[in-house]
Design a protein around this ligand. Sequence first.
Ligand SMILES: Cc1cc2nc3c(=O)[nH]c(=O)nc-3n(C[C@H](O)[C@H](O)[C@H](O)COP(=O)(O)OP(=O)(O)OC[C@H]3O[C@@H](n4cnc5c(N)ncnc54)[C@H](O)[C@@H]3O)c2cc1C
Length: 402
Amino acid sequence: MDIFSTKKLEQVLTKIKTILEEHVYPLENNYINLPFSEVSDELNKIREIVKEKGLWNPHLSESHGGIGFNLVEFGQISELLGTSPYGHFCFNCNAPDIGNQELLLGNASDFIKEKYLEPLIKGEIHSCFSMTEPEFAGSNPVNMGTTAVKDEDHYIINGHKWFTTAADYASFAIVMANTNPEAESPYQKASMIIVPTDTEGFHLTRNISVMGEENDGYFSHAEIEYKDCKVPIKNLVGNEGEGFKLAQQRLGPGRIHHCMRWIGICERAFDLMCKRAASRSLAKGIKLGHKQTIQNWIAESRAEINASRYMVLHTAKKIDEVGAKEARMEISTIKFYVANVLMNVLDRAVQIHGALGITDDIILSFWYRHERGARIYDGPDEVHKTALAGKILKNYGLDIKK
Ligand SMILES: Cc1cc2nc3c(=O)[nH]c(=O)nc-3n(C[C@H](O)[C@H](O)[C@H](O)COP(=O)(O)OP(=O)(O)OC[C@H]3O[C@@H](n4cnc5c(N)ncnc54)[C@H](O)[C@@H]3O)c2cc1C
């Protein structure tokens, strides 16, 4: 048994693996190149099976209808679920719903919990998180243009967002908007406000085409105009001016979820890579795997995936024990490191498959398109590297912020 494993976890992983093998992977062949909406009926049937088996919401505590795992344990579930693009969705722990659930559990009022969080936890509705704007650099989101102005007991929201993942099928958006422009610190100007997607003035103008694919539902990223969107003040999450503080809280565990999901993708790509290396003949008696370059790719990929897993689980353990704030350096490190391992492993897997690798006949091309964003969202590589190096150099007497 692995040092990060537990008996309870092993039992649950075995049950999850059975569901993936019997129900989830078989869907990929027929559906992965179709819009998400066309597979959602099939996925909803699997979601019912997951509930019946007591595996629903593996990220939540038992008192909130989950299984009661810590982040180290859930991380390992996230890896297994990451081996299929449908995995997290079937277990109700898909982004951005999972991050929004955790955010609302920790910070929302009873009104918000009852109206928005409970149906989200039950899987009756979906949500999205709307912060990034095309006109401003998302990697420094304090410069945002969206405003929420008070009008008696309502906020009037105006702004332009994009890359709001999964807005297309969401019942509500958590919108980041400036409520306190006069605040001294730029980090205290914005708040998070819930906007139901059927609010007048919520205009989803398009699902953005990413590398030739628009898709819909869970697999889409929307551009949205908020035009005089009127929502009650009680839709505020936490307190006014706390938007960035809450965003930071949301991102800590979120990066563990993403990194472990990426490791799951790496394992699947690695498996395909090895199968191809062992079966593709170059000449009589010579397989691809006889070539040293291919052997190097296999060995390097194995080492990088193993290193990633231990780095991420170590970070998760630190978050479990002392909280995300104390684990900031580790979180920055895994975010850029694992995103790049994902790129390396996927690229090698594609290359080993030759022309087949870039077709939509196998799943690698789906991930190649969908996961290039890993190096950009939740903080681009360069931002995390600067944060990490800055903290290291401070110990050597150099403050790079000065
Ligand atoms: C697949 C995907 C899903 C997303 N989902 C969501 C979502 O659900 N909700 C949401 O609000 N947003 C979402 N985003 C947006 C994401 O958060 C932003 O793209 C990200 O914050 C970067 O912002 P930007 O695109 O404006 O790039 P910019 O901020 O313009 O940065 C562009 C590039 O400049 C470089 N750079 C930036 N800062 C520095 C620096 N300090 N030093 C050196 N180089 C730097 C980096 O290479 C960076 O990639 C998503 C993005 C992607 C790709």
